[in-house]
Ligand binder design. Sequence first.
Ligand code: ZN
Length: 167
Amino acid sequence: MQVSATPRVLLLNASMEPLCIVSVHRAVVLLMSGKAAVVEEGGVLHAEHLSLPLPVVLSLTRYVHVPVRRSVPPTRRTVLQRDGHRCAYCGGVADTVDHVLPRSRGGRHEWGNVVAACMRCNHRKADRLLHEIGWSLLFTPHAPRWSLAFGQAAARAEPAWSPYLAA
Ligand SMILES: [Zn+2]
């Protein structure tokens, strides 16, 4: 098994919700102290005198209360990530962000009013409302359930994490 130069471990709360990404070193400390348990393994970690299962996903053995979820503001990057770079109007590859209710008509810059859009749709829609041009959204935009910037980037970095990061 090929281990990347700086393997990272996804740490879940005892409730199996993602908490953060930790280094393997930190993961081993958590394991050895019984504060976390291995959820997914990804090979074997060879230290000097011992071999340990290399954790890919860990969960805390005791629930840690996280008082406030850090909310991610809708930016071009985070909206494109949330929508998987899919245009909300035609399903094509999106690289722009569109306000469903245009800002010029009172639309707010908030998660429920922004979608990924391809350049073509964005241009064609311009400052019009969907019903005026007979368009509809392929999905309903929502605020991401948790820190999406972290989640999406993490899932790309480590495919084994994705089931735990699904919004
Ligand atoms: Zn489009």
